[in-house]
Design a protein. Structure first.
Length: 335
């Protein structure tokens, strides 16, 4: 509903403002008045021409200016000769909530904004002042941008309680991916030190896509898909499911394993040859280890225990298994 007298009332309120902070406070007050009149059905009964405009509290205006300054500091929108950390400090000293959302969507805290915009000094200052280290902040630290996030800040977020197993996305309606997946999926080259740090702090090695259209694609599959030899070696060493069935892409079988993706590109490029050599060595070690531990029969029948940690907690639930690793069975030698 748009009434000329309501518009004139709002314009009269904005005309009394002398700065951006006052306009922001006035906008919030006008919105509350008009929304209340609409809710109780009095919008046509009020004489908007004589309705007084809401007063502006100088302290509230100062708080609003400080809140905007905190957002600018986290985004890096600071004018010359201003230290963004000092701007953030003044805002918090005036009582601006340290974990309240600052973006237009109402979802990004100051720490998340600072990490996303790579304002590292501001992010560290906010953590010093007790900002909550959320998984959202950790995900944005792991997403590749033109400026790489320092590992020291990632480690600080992890130590402060950010969950490396929780999925999320910096994009609206994006697939919820884990920090480890973002470390692997870094413009096709991967960030091995970042992945190692996440794994050291408990990141689940076989969880990549939490939900969405990728059907549970694992970090190892993505590393094999991109030809990341060093990343593949790291994930295999940490027990990633090399035969874990995952949704792939049109270049491979519709549902495939990391090993199958590598085998189908055995001679495609020097990198693929390196990946195949890596898997040859790994599988040779794997079968020797199974014989040494006397783990006969199918692996899905093995009880949980230390051997599952050594060998990787994975199995082949479909017919791809015969193509990838033979029949998947070890038979005891006859006496």
């Amino acid at each position: 509903m748009e009434l000329p007298e309501v518009r004139a009332f709002a314009e009269r309120g904005f005309a009394s403002c002398s700065c951006e902070g006052e306009r922001r406070v006035m906008q919030r007050k006008l919105h509350a008045i008009v929304s209340g009149a609409l809710m109780n059905g009095r919008v046509r009964e009020i004489d908007w021409g004589s309705e007084p405009t809401p007063p502006l509290d100088p302290q509230e205006v100062a708080w609003e200016i400080a809140r905007k300054g905190l957002g600018d500091a986290c985004r890096g929108f600071i004018f010359e000769n201003e230290d963004p950390v000092d701007v953030a400090r003044r805002a918090l000293d005036l009582g601006v909530p340290i974990d309240e959302a600052l973006d237009d969507r109402g979802s990004l805290s100051p720490l998340v904004l600072a990490v996303e915009c790579r304002e590292i000094a501001v992010a560290n200052f906010l953590l010093d002042r007790g900002a909550k280290a959320t998984s959202e902040a950790l995900i944005r630290a792991c997403v590749m941008t033109s400026v790489e996030c320092p590992l020291e800040l990632v480690e600080r977020l992890l130590k402060a309680g950010a969950d490396p197993g929780e999925g999320g996305s910096p994009y609206i309606a994006g697939d919820k991916l884990t920090p480890l997946y973002y470390a692997v999926d870094e413009l096709g080259r991967g960030n091995v030190p970042l992945a190692r740090l996440l794994l050291d702090h408990g990141a689940p090695v076989d969880v990549g896509n939490v939900d969405g259209d990728l059907g549970g694609q694992t970090p190892l599959y993505k590393a094999c898909q991109f030809g990341e030899v060093a990343m593949t070696r790291l994930l295999l060493a940490r027990g990633a499911g090399w035969d874990k069935v995952t949704y792939s892409d049109p270049k491979c079988a519709e549902w495939a394993t990391p090993l199958l993706a590598v085998r189908l590109n055995r001679m495609a490029s020097p990198v693929e040859i390196q990946l195949n050599d890596l898997f040859d060595d790994f599988l040779a070690h794997y079968w020797r280890l199974r014989q040494k531990l006397r783990l006969f029969g199918r692996r899905e029948n093995h009880a949980a225990g230390p051997q599952r940690v050594v060998l990787g907690d994975a199995f082949l639930p479909n017919k791809i298994g015969a193509f990838v690793v033979g029949d998947g069975i070890l038979v005891k030698k006859k006496k």
